[in-house]
Write a protein that binds this ligand. Structure first.
Ligand code: SF4
Length: 381
């Protein structure tokens, strides 16, 4: 059976960023942090039936802001996994961190607990940009946090946000230069999206914030790829770039539609269990999740069409695309033929949205810019 990826969701942040619609709530409460550290461990223990006889290839502490966790909680969780399950010898263990939430000592303790890859959600190094994004630290703190991380970890990544009105090509270039100069092996660049029910969305509707136009978005996107490419950091997914061999193995499990188990409030799972690919549904509100703790979880078996749709939806994000042979191997051939028709592929090739290959369905550079429309077209009846 293929390796298993474990995702552990930490639901708290120090404050809520105005563009964020992730499952996270603001809290400073140290006792709550401790309690949720214990609950995450218990949730993992309760999920043993999905883990038995599997080999763990990656563990990812995401959130929220998992760098708010006590390193002892991380240590206990990782200890449990190591003692109880079989682990790949080169297992990747990532923790996401916010620059305002740790010092050198805490970061060293995370490393001692077993974290071997750090993802720093820096978003920008510019004071003005950070203020616009509602982040709770300034450029100096971002630099300081990056120095700490780069002094402790060999394998680390930076997250940036791009595509908003006060950002210029120059400060985007500065951000990328900083990341490269710190020696990072991986960069994620996410375009600012105005998600409904966020303060930014309301400000956009009222005209207080302007969305940048589509051409500017494309310029930013291409600029990021070209800048990183020239420094041997290559795009391998729509928003992710790495040096060769430093792709996020955990995230590849999602995009390659492997098996992953989600622990904690709202954490998603896709796992082969009892002969079926299943999703496990957990309450995303942390307090509701806590209140329902111990109750039987909702486990849904995915049907053939859903499996194929998800596989396309995730796989098309990859620069390598989706192998057609794999689609047939992992899905009902009849459903593949029904959904992925020659007519659709021919049309997308003619529009230069997918490459001219009979083995892969792979977006072109132009196709990546219109990725969502291309995927919707491919999946429509
Ligand atoms: S720190 Fe991250 S998860 Fe928390 S509110 Fe900000 S963007 Fe969302």
């Amino acid at each position: 059976m293929e390796d298993l990826a474990i995702y552990i969701h930490w639901p708290f942040c120090l404050s809520k960023c105005p563009y964020c619609d992730f499952a996270s709530v603001p809290s400073f409460d140290a006792s709550l942090y401790k309690e949720f550290g214990e609950l995450l461990l218990l949730d993992l223990k309760n999920s043993s039936k999905y883990l038995d006889s599997r080999c763990v290839g990656s563990v990812f502490f995401g959130g929220g802001t998992p760098s708010l966790m006590h390193p002892e909680s991380v240590d206990k969780i990782l200890n449990f996994i190591v003692k109880k399950y079989s682990i790949k010898c080169d297992v990747e263990i990532t923790l996401e961190a916010n620059p305002a939430t740790f010092d050198r000592n805490k970061m060293q303790n995370f490393k001692n607990a077993g974290i071997n890859r750090l993802s720093l959600g820096v978003q920008s190094f510019s004071d003005e940009n950070l203020k616009f994004l509602g982040r709770i630290y300034d450029g100096k703190q971002a630099i300081n946090a990056s120095e700490i991380v780069s002094g402790i970890f060999e394998n680390f990544s930076f997250d940036f946000m791009y595509g908003y009105e006060c950002q210029t090509m120059e400060n985007l270039r500065d951000d990328l230069d900083h990341a490269i100069n710190f020696g990072c092996k991986h960069v994620s660049c996410y375009q600012l999206v105005f998600e409904e029910n966020t303060p930014f969305y309301r400000k956009m509707l009222s005209g207080d914030i302007k969305k940048i136009d589509e051409n500017e978005e494309v310029n930013f996107y291409n600029f990021i790829e070209d800048t990183l490419h020239s420094r041997d950091i290559f795009r391998y997914e729509v928003s992710n770039y790495s040096m060769r061999g430093f792709e996020s193995r955990h995230n590849l499990s999602y995009w390659e539609y492997g098996d992953y188990l989600g622990i904690g409030p709202g954490a998603h799972s896709r796992i082969f269990f009892d002969g079926n690919k299943c999703e496990i549904v957990k309450a995303s509100d942390p307090f509701l999740w806590r209140a329902k703790f111990g109750e039987a979880e909702e486990v849904n078996i995915l049907n053939e069409r859903e499996k194929l749709q998800e596989m396309i939806l995730m796989g098309m994000r990859l620069v390598g695309g989706v192998a057609i042979e794999n689609l047939y191997k992992k899905n009902s051939p009849r459903i593949v033929d029904e959904v992925i028709t020659e007519r659709k592929l021919k049309f997308l090739k003619e529009q230069n949205l997918i490459s001219n290959s009979n083995e892969f369905i792979r977006l072109t550079r132009n196709g990546f810019i219109k990725m969502n429309s291309v995927i919707s077209f491919l999946l429509e009846d």
